[in-house]
Design a protein around this ligand. Structure first.
Ligand code: HEC
Ligand code: HEC
Length: 354
């Protein structure tokens, strides 16, 4: 599978930062899961820096609510929303960011994971951009350190927008509306930096607002049903929250897929370049099959599951995780309860704020 254009740039600085704290994070992880053996030593973990100023800190909980005030610059975010939906960012003027991350599809794609060229990238499941700024890095393999840096990849990838900055900036500068918008926020002349910053600011405004689970965390006991509460308790007891934790219920660690058992052997089919995960970014053998632990905030809404989109239902994804990440079989009733908990996580507000 050739998705090489994607992997051209390496966020070296960000990786260095991540490596420093790896030992600490692995130790924490081992303690949380209670592994007796050395299995987590094989995992490449990273730090759990808080990304936002929390308005509350819920003590003793691995999951924290999404802050209510995100301090978004609304004018910049509105410019970003227009750019995100503008097909002039692609070479042929046919696809925008929203073509793959449509608001009406919860900002995720519904492209089948097996789609053949010219959309070779579709061999990777399209994640939602919602809550993506709470992550330590962008993409399944974390190859973009920030939302700003992420923009360059789809814009320039021959498999996606196949465009270039001179081309894009030339077109946008010919549009009086964009020039006026850049002037209004004091960012003239319209530049690649402004496009990156605006799109990133828009993405930061796209979060799971109104999550019932957050209402529960913030003290509203009746926001969850008894089943959903039981599911959350199981999620913690089984150790899911050792990896899926923090504001985004994930997004703040890198972990190997298949700590117990060989996921890829059992899945069958050829190992694609995308399956190599973080190895494609670092070249380290220990990063083979290592992925960013995905946020589960919107997972209930967004099948199929995993980077390869190989699993169709939430229940099957939970069973797969139990088997390959925790080395155990979870009874069907517990899977049902954990799924009920995961369905309480998504936001209830469909659109982004600006
Ligand atoms: C042709 C489809 C397509 C287009 C167009 C596209 N994306 Fe994506 N996007 C993807 C896929 C596939 C991934 C996952 C790729 C990976 O992880 O390697 C992704 C990942 C992302 C992520 C990372 C999310 C995460 O959880 O790691 C962000 C943010 C994002 N895209 C924003 C954008 C922006 C901004 C644009 C426009 C400049 C854009 N995308 C255009 C398909 C697309
Ligand atoms: C050791 C770390 C670890 C543990 C423990 C863990 N996960 Fe995961 N989880 C991951 C990683 C890494 C992925 C991404 C794998 C991939 O896509 O290749 C993932 C993916 C998922 C997904 C798919 C999300 C998506 O958008 O595709 C779900 C759902 C999930 N995990 C639920 C759970 C549940 C429920 C548990 C507990 C039974 C659990 N996980 C335990 C690391 C972990």
């Amino acid at each position: 599978m050739a998705i090489s254009p994607y992997f051209a740039d390496r966020p070296a600085a960000a990786l260095a930062m991540i490596d420093i704290t790896a030992a600490v994070a692995i130790a924490m992880l081992a303690a949380w899961i209670g592994f007796a053996t050395g299995a987590p030593d094989r995992a490449a973990a990273t730090d759990v820096r808080p990304r936002v100023d929390a308005d509350v800190e819920i003590p003793g909980e691995p999951i924290q609510p999404i802050p209510l005030d995100l301090a978004i610059d609304l004018r910049t975010a509105e410019l970003g929303r227009r750019l995100f939906n503008d097909p002039r960012l692609s070479h042929r003027g046919t696809i925008s960011c929203a073509s793959c991350h449509a608001a009406e599809h919860d900002f995720a794609g519904d492209a089948p994971a097996t789609e053949e060229p010219p959309r070779r990238n579709a061999t990777l499941d399209v994640p939602t951009i919602r809550n993506s700024w709470f992550s330590i890095a962008q993409f399944w393999d974390g190859r973009a350190a920030t939302l700003e840096a992420q923009v360059d990849f789809p814009l320039q990838s021959p498999d996606e927008m196949a465009s270039s900055w001179p081309e894009v900036i030339g077109r946008l500068r010919a549009d009086p509306d964009y020039l006026a918008a850049a002037r209004a926020i004091g960012k003239e002349p319209l530049s690649p930096e402004l496009v990156r910053a605006s799109i990133a600011e828009y993405e930061r405004s796209v979060v799971s607002s109104g999550s019932r689970f957050d209402a529960f965390l913030r003290g509203q006991g009746d926001a969850l049903s008894a089943d959903e509460k039981a599911g959350y308790a199981l999620f913690k007891q089984y150790g899911c929250s050792a990896c899926h934790q923090g504001v985004a219920v994930g997004g703040n660690l890198f972990q190997r897929l298949g700590l117990f058992g060989d996921y890829f052997h059992d899945r069958g089919g050829p190992i694609t370049r995308a399956d190599l995960g973080r190895y494609n970014v670092t070249g380290d053998e220990s990063d083979r099959y290592v992925f960013k632990v995905p946020s589960l905030r919107e997972a209930a809404l967004l099948p199929p599951y995993f980077h390869d989109g190989s699993v169709a239902t939430l229940e099957a994804a939970i069973a797969t995780m139990a088997r390959y990440q925790l080395g155990r079989k979870i009874p069907a009733d517990d899977i049902r309860l954990i799924a009920a908990f995961l369905r309480s996580l998504p936001g209830t507000t469909a659109e982004a704020r600006p």
